[in-house]
Design a protein. Structure first.
Length: 267
C-alpha cells in the first residue's frame, strides 16, 4: 500500500485527496494546520494540527512510512513549504508542490505589485498607491488625491496589525475568522467565506466607499471576483507577490498533474 501525505487546507488539496482516494493501492492522509475554524474537510483520513517544524514532519514521514509528500498548502504558507522541503531532504521522501496559478493583470486593471505585506503597508502609508484617472480634469484629480484612504483589505486576519496604525486610513478587513481583539475604531471586520461574485463585491465597494484594494496573489476563482469588481470600478489594487519557493522543488499547477505524480512511485 503506497502512502501519500497531503499538506492541505486548500480547494486543490481537497480535490487531490478525492482524486487519489478512488485509486487502488493508495492510502491518502490529509494534514490540516487547524488555523481556520470549521474547515472544509477532504475525503479520507484527516490529521489536524502542526508537526512541530521540519524535524517533526520528518519524524512523521518516517514513523508513518510515507512514500510521497504533496505540499498543497496556501501559496503564502511559506513556513510550511520550507519545512516540507527540509523534511523531504532529510528523509528522502519525494516532495511535490501543488500551487494554483497566480492572477494576471488584464486590460483596465490598475495594479501595483509589492513583495511583502510590509511593502504594501509602506505603499499605503505614503499615498503612492493613488493612480489619478488619465486625462481627468485637474479638479477631479485633486479631489481624488485628497480623498480619505478607505481600504478593502483581504490579506488575512494575522496581517491586520501591519495596517491598523497608519494615520488617516480606514479599513474594511475581510476574513474567515475574527482577528484577535482589541479591534481599533478605524477597522470594520467583515467575516465571510468565498466564493464571492463580482456583483456582490461591487456592492460592497460602493457601500463602504472603498478606494483601494490590498490583496495577496492567492490565485484561483474562489476569491477572484474582487479583482473583477476593482477593474469595473477603476479601483487601484496593491497586489502582494507570492513568496519564492525553496530551490529545487518540483512544482505543478493542476490537480491532474499532482494526481499522476502521487499515484506513481518516484525514482
Amino acid at each position: 500500500m503506497r502512502r501519500v501525505l497531503i499538506l492541505g487546507g486548500t480547494a486543490e488539496a481537497r480535490a487531490l485527496a478525492a482524486s487519489l482516494a478512488s485509486r487502488p493501492g493508495l492510502h491518502v492522509v490529509s494534514s490540516l494546520a487547524g488555523r481556520v475554524s470549521n474547515p472544509r474537510l477532504p475525503v479520507g483520513e484527516v490529521r489536524e494540527g502542526g508537526f512541530g517544524g521540519a524535524e517533526g514532519l520528518a519524524a512523521f514521514l518516517t514513523e508513518e512510512r510515507i512514500d510521497a509528500l504533496v505540499d498543497a498548502t496556501h501559496p503564502f504558507a511559506s513556513r510550511m513549504t520550507a519545512s516540507a522541503a527540509a523534511a523531504s531532504a532529510a528523509t528522502g521522501v519525494p516532495l511535490l508542490v501543488l500551487r494554483r496559478p497566480g492572477w494576471q493583470e488584464s486590460d483596465g486593471d490598475a495594479w501595483q505589485r509589492v513583495n511583502s505585506l510590509h511593502d504594501a503597508a509602506a505603499l499605503l502609508a505614503t499615498g503612492a498607491w493613488r493612480t489619478p484617472a488619465l486625462a481627468a480634469p485637474a479638479t477631479i484629480a485633486d479631489r481624488e488625491a485628497a480623498a480619505p484612504t478607505r481600504v478593502f483589505l483581504t490579506t488575512g486576519r494575522r496581517s491586520l496589525p501591519l495596517f491598523t496604525g497608519l494615520p488617516g486610513v480606514w479599513l474594511l478587513a475581510r476574513s474567515v475568522d475574527p482577528p484577535e481583539p482589541p479591534i481599533p475604531p478605524n477597522v470594520h471586520i467583515l467575516l465571510a467565506r468565498g466564493p464571492y461574485t463580482p456583483e456582490g463585491e461591487r456592492t460592497l465597494i460602493r457601500r463602504h466607499h472603498l478606494n483601494v484594494l490590498i490583496t495577496k496573489d492567492s490565485g484561483g476563482d474562489l476569491t477572484s471576483a474582487k479583482l473583477t469588481a476593482a477593474r469595473d470600478l477603476a479601483l487601484p489594487v496593491i497586489m502582494v507577490n507570492r513568496p519564492p519557493l525553496p530551490p529545487g522543488v518540483h512544482l505543478v499547477d493542476t490537480v491532474a498533474a499532482a494526481t499522476s505524480w502521487a499515484a506513481e512511485p518516484q525514482g
